[in-house]
Design a binder for this molecule. Structure first.
Ligand SMILES: [Fe+2]
Length: 197
């Protein structure tokens, strides 16, 4: 099932069970390497099984077209895919990617929602400047955890679930990931479609 959430698209139970099982097994056997971000080179077969998935291709096409028509730019196909084990927060940032896919594989003892996103904040001067100022004054970790600031700037918390896929526009939407100190291993696949330099 596909849900249109504020700031992102969520697809429930995205990968078929065989592929999910293979990915989780690989991840558990390679946690150390994944921390060093070596997944991409070592296991391209597994990643290719995602990239060649019909639904993955169709949704990428559909949402890329939308982003590019908004940006009024020519489309590019520069793909960066990897699986990583997060160790801490990811600071609030914009990406150079016009389309971001996130597929969580392992979420151990997960206490935080996952993604905090401020949809289309780049296009909105109030949000853009306000958030920049808030991050400068209070720091990214504070903003990521402040219900007041998240609400004030129209942000949303996206609760990650294993094997759901999340698609968002990281170029226009400020975003970051929160981690609780007691959280266990977390591994997510990210597939980013970059704009050419
Ligand atoms: Fe990002």
């Amino acid at each position: 099932m596909i849900k249109e959430r504020n700031g992102c698209i969520e697809i429930e139970k995205f990968l078929d069970l065989d592929l999910l099982t293979d990915l989780i097994e690989f991840t558990k056997n390679n946690l150390e390497a994944l921390t060093k971000k070596e997944f991409k080179n070592k296991e391209s077969d597994l990643m290719n099984r995602i990239l060649e998935n019909d639904q993955f291709r169709a949704l990428t096409e559909q949402y890329s077209d939308k982003v590019f028509s908004d940006l009024n730019q020519n489309k590019t196909t520069n793909i960066n895919s990897k699986a990583t084990v997060f160790e801490g927060d990811t600071e609030l940032h914009y990406d150079k990617c016009y389309l971001n896919w996130v597929i969580p594989l392992i979420l151990e003892n997960n206490k935080e929602p996952g993604l905090i996103i401020f949809p289309n904040s780049r296009k909105n001067p109030f949000k853009f400047l306000g958030l920049k100022l808030a991050v400068m004054l209070f720091g990214s970790p504070f903003v990521l955890r402040s219900e007041t600031l998240i609400t004030l700037f129209g942000g949303h918390k996206i609760q990650y679930c294993v094997n759901h896929a999340y698609i968002f526009d990281g170029f226009n939407s400020l975003h970051g990931v929160v981690r609780h100190p007691d959280d266990g291993n977390r591994c997510v696949i990210t597939i980013n479609f970059r704009m050419d330099d």
